[in-house]
Design a binder for this molecule. Structure first.
Ligand SMILES: Cc1cc2nc3c(=O)[nH]c(=O)nc-3n(C[C@H](O)[C@H](O)[C@H](O)COP(=O)(O)OP(=O)(O)OC[C@H]3O[C@@H](n4cnc5c(N)ncnc54)[C@H](O)[C@@H]3O)c2cc1C
Ligand code: FES
Length: 257
């Protein structure tokens, strides 16, 4: 059930120049949160940012009643959020959308850029089921792949960087980890990366879920600005996604953009 709540910031960590995390305590009891669900964050005291910003739920700690966001500073809204301090409040609508199914006995999780954010909660959900995921994280440089130590606690982690500063040099989709045997793939990140992963999964006949990061406004299925043309018709990514079975996205896969 969606709710709107004023959280308190109980932790903040800067991770290089571009990324930071916010740990947020819920005023009551956190509801169950699926990996891949997201929040719509209010950006206060910033007239240039009228709309809430969608951010994935990176981690959940039920015992502390907290959730964590991993945010990349890309524009006005995320810059303003980066200035928040411990003790301040943050209003969220959450949990939004449908998350990953946490399926398969040998899953591969593929993340690029800020798309690695939801994969952490997902990796923890797999471990809770007794499944060790293989995790492949990519970025332009080592600095642009944050929270590596945290991921390494929950799976077998591989890296790909475009400049070769960490792991294999090249794109995530060229990594030798793809030569392994998997029965399920989950991916979130830049659209070209997700399309390459989705096409690979289709060719191999492996189930694959992709988490789309379309531009969003309302986050609750009211404004239709996030619509994706799926094989089952037009769907609001915010409400019926962001996670979709790639077999239902053949038009999206075929589109060049
Ligand atoms: C479901 C979902 C989950 C997301 N989860 C995360 C997350 O966990 N961490 C994170 O850092 N980011 C996440 N994003 C992306 C994040 O919402 C945008 O980066 C943010 O809204 C940009 O706001 P801004 O005001 O800083 O940038 P703006 O000033 O609005 O824009 C700056 C630049 O960012 C681009 N941009 C804006 N929104 C998006 C978007 N949705 N996707 C791609 N590019 C965008 C713009 O085209 C522009 O080039 C998610 C997006 C969606 C839809
Ligand atoms: S963001 Fe408004 S319908 Fe999806």
């Amino acid at each position: 059930m969606k709710q709107i709540a004023d959280f308190t910031i109980v932790g903040r960590e800067q991770l290089g120049e571009q990324y930071f995390t916010l740990t947020l305590r819920h005023p009551g009891q956190l509801p169950r949160i699926e990996a891949g669900q997201f929040v719509e964050v209010e950006v206060r005291d910033c007239p240039a940012v009228m709309l809430r910003r969608p951010i994935s739920i990176h981690d959940v700690d039920e015992s502390q009643n907290t959730l964590k966001l991993l945010v990349q500073i890309v524009g006005k809204g995320t810059r303003k959020l980066s200035e928040l301090k411990v003790g301040e409040g943050l209003n969220l609508i959450f949990p939004l959308g449908h998350g990953f199914g946490v399926e398969g006995a040998s899953p591969l999780l593929v993340g690029g850029g800020a798309g690695i954010a939801p994969l952490f909660h997902l990796a923890k959900c797999y471990r809770r089921k007794g499944v060790e995921p293989t995790i492949l994280l990519g970025g332009r440089t080592k600095e642009l792949i944050p929270v590596r130590d945290a991921f390494e606690q929950y799976g077998r982690v591989f890296y790909a960087t475009e400049d070769g500063s960490l792991g294999a040099k090249g794109l995530v989709t060229q990594h030798p980890a793809f030569e392994g045997e998997y029965d399920h793939i989950c991916t979130c990140g830049p659209t070209p990366m997700m399309k390459a992963v989705g096409r690979y999964a289709m060719e191999k006949g492996v189930e694959c879920e992709v988490s789309l990061e379309n531009m969003m406004a309302c986050g609750i299925g009211a404004c239709l600005c996030c619509v994706c043309d799926t094989d089952e018709g037009h769907k609001c990514v915010c409400k019926e996604g962001p996670v979709f079975d790639v077999r239902k996205l053949t038009k999206w896969l075929a589109a060049t953009k």
